[in-house]
Design a protein around this ligand. Structure first.
Ligand code: SF4
Length: 225
């Protein structure tokens, strides 16, 4: 079955509406520091409190850069690996300081170059780069993580061996794709219906497009024709 991609996107966006709050851009510096704090940490509660400690104990990111390492490590200790994350945060802030505390120039770079710059920041997992460019810089990119890759592979849009990079580039090659909405919809779909184990194909809005749909759904669909 050939997937009609525009129809597939429409179904997803209608099934998983997002609110304006979720579409808001974030400050790129805040977003990147947050992502460094999040790495190898399961608790969003600790990430949030570590970030709030940094913002309340230091007046600016410049002050964080100038503070002794131990003070920063203390402020973020709950997220774990605090010495390493302190080093990464400082390296990142040094980079921002070199650019007069303004990273808006990244937005004007070709996508591949911008991705490389974000991937060069220590402590940011490679697959996070496009997420940061989309939500921190409003660039027309599509982030693919392991969950989105699973859904796209199952549906059969690009075949079983499609990489995160190939999936991102595929969507980026299309016109008029609302990247933030599509990303949020696919993430919700992967977390709720198309779970890694036991996908709930019987209630899936994408079953008609999917190569991996459970045989019981195909049987029900055939009977209803
Ligand atoms: S039909 Fe099943 S495998 Fe396919 S996208 Fe839906 S839940 Fe995932």
């Amino acid at each position: 079955m050939k997937v009609e991609i525009s129809e597939f996107v429409d179904v997803l966006l209608q099934y998983y509406p997002v609110n304006e709050e979720q579409l808001k851009s974030e400050d790129p510096l805040d977003l990147i520091v947050m992502r460094i704090l999040e790495d190898q940490t399961n608790s969003q509660k600790f990430v949030k409190s570590a970030f709030e400690n940094l913002r309340s104990q230091f007046k600016s990111w410049k002050e964080v850069l100038e503070a002794p390492d131990w003070k920063i490590a203390m402020a973020i200790k709950d997220v774990g690996y605090s010495n390493r994350k302190t080093r990464y945060i400082k390296e990142f802030l040094k980079f921002v300081a070199k650019h007069n505390w303004d990273l808006s120039w990244i937005k004007d770079l070709p996508i591949d170059e911008a991705v490389k710059i974000i991937q060069g920041i220590k402590g940011i997992p490679t697959v996070e780069a496009r997420y940061i460019l989309l939500f921190g810089f409003d660039m027309p990119v599509f982030p693919t993580d392991v969950h989105i890759k699973r859904v796209i592979r199952r549906i059969g849009i690009l075949g079983n061996n499609a990489t995160e990079e190939q999936i991102s580039k595929y969507f980026e090659s299309m016109q008029n794709i609302p990247y933030k909405r599509l990303y949020l919809a696919l993430r919700t779909h992967a977390n709720t219906i198309c779970a890694a184990r036991k996908p709930k194909c019987l209630m899936c809005p994408l079953a008609q497009y999917c190569h991996s749909v459970s045989p019981s759904v195909e049987y029900i669909q055939a009977k209803s024709l």
